[in-house]
Write a protein that binds this ligand. Structure first.
Ligand code: NAP
Length: 203
C-alpha cells in the first residue's frame, strides 16, 4: 500500500498570477512533500472593496500559461465554472470526491486571505478537510496571524515566502502606469496582459 497522495490546492484570485505565486507553490511542494499542486483560480468576479475583478476566463488562462512548464502543476476549472460565490469548503469537498485514491489535501493561500476563512466559515469543518498553509510576504505581521489562526493548531502552518514581495496589486498598478512588469510575471503572462489590454494598459 502506497501513501495517500499529497495534493496541494493553491487558491487565489490570480489577477494576475505572478512569480511570487509560483515560488510559493514550489516552496510548499518541497516543504510539505507534496506530489502535485493544483491551482484553483476563484470564480465569478465579484466587487472587491476597491475594484472589479478580471473575468475568470482571463485569470484561468493566465494561470494555465504560467504553470504549463511544470509537470507537477495543474489548473482546475472548478471555481471558474461554479455559479454564485465560491467557498473553499465546497472546493475541497469536490476535490476529495474527484480523487480516485485516498488523498491528503493541503490548501495554500495568502495569510490574509486565510484569516478571512477563519472569520467567514465554520473553521472546524474547513479544517477537517485539509491542512492549511498560509504564505506570508516580507514584513507580514505574523503575530496577528498567530493570534487569530494559531499556527500551533496541528493543521495550520505559516510559510515565509520572500518572493511574495511581488503582488498582483502592484503589477496591475504598474501596467496602468506604463511601468515594466518583465521578470515579475512569466513572459507568456505579460504577453497575454498586453494582447488583451488588461489592467488599463495598452499593447
Ligand atoms: P485576496 O484577498 O485577493 O488576497 C489576500 C492576500 O493573499 C494578498 O496579499 C494576495 O496577494 C495573497 N494571496 C492570494 N492568493 C495567494 C496564493 N495562492 N499564494 C500566495 N499569496 C496569495 O485573496 P483571494 O485571492 O480573494 O482568496 C484567496 C483564496 O482564499 C481563494 O481560494 C479564495 O476562494 C479563498 N477564500 C475563501 C473564503 C471562504 O471560503 N469563505 C474566504 C476568503 C478567501 P496577491 O494579490 O499578490 O495574490
Amino acid at each position: 500500500m502506497g501513501h495517500p497522495k499529497r495534493l496541494g490546492v493553491m487558491g487565489g484570485t490570480f489577477d494576475p498570477i505572478h512569480h511570487g505565486h509560483l515560488v510559493t507553490a514550489e516552496a510548499a511542494l518541497w516543504a510539505f512533500g507534496l506530489d502535485e499542486v493544483v491551482f484553483v483560480p476563484t470564480g465569478q468576479p465579484w466587487m472587491k472593496a476597491d475594484r472589479e475583478v478580471t473575468p475568470p476566463e482571463h485569470r484561468y488562462l493566465m494561470t494555465v500559461i504560467a504553470t504549463a512548464s511544470n509537470p507537477r502543476f495543474s489548473v482546475s476549472r472548478l471555481e471558474v465554472e461554479r455559479r454564485g460565490p465560491t467557498y473553499t469548503v465546497d472546493t475541497l469537498q469536490e476535490l476529495r470526491r474527484q480523487a480516485e485514491d485516498e488523498v491528503e489535501l493541503f490548501f495554500i493561500t495568502g495569510a490574509d486571505a486565510m484569516l478571512e476563512i477563519f472569520h467567514w466559515k465554520d473553521p472546524e469543518e474547513v479544517l477537517s478537510l485539509a491542512h492549511f498553509i498560509a504564505a506570508t510576504r516580507p514584513g507580514y505581521d505574523i503575530a496577528r496571524f498567530e493570534k487569530e489562526a494559531p499556527t500551533s493548531h496541528p493543521k495550520v502552518s505559516a510559510l515565509d515566502v520572500p518572493a511574495l514581495a511581488i503582488s498582483s496589486t502592484d503589477i496591475r498598478r504598474r501596467v496602468q502606469a506604463g511601468q515594466p512588469i518583465r521578470y515579475l510575471v512569466p513572459e507568456g503572462v505579460e504577453t497575454y496582459i498586453r494582447k488583451f489590454e488588461l489592467y488599463g494598459g495598452g499593447r
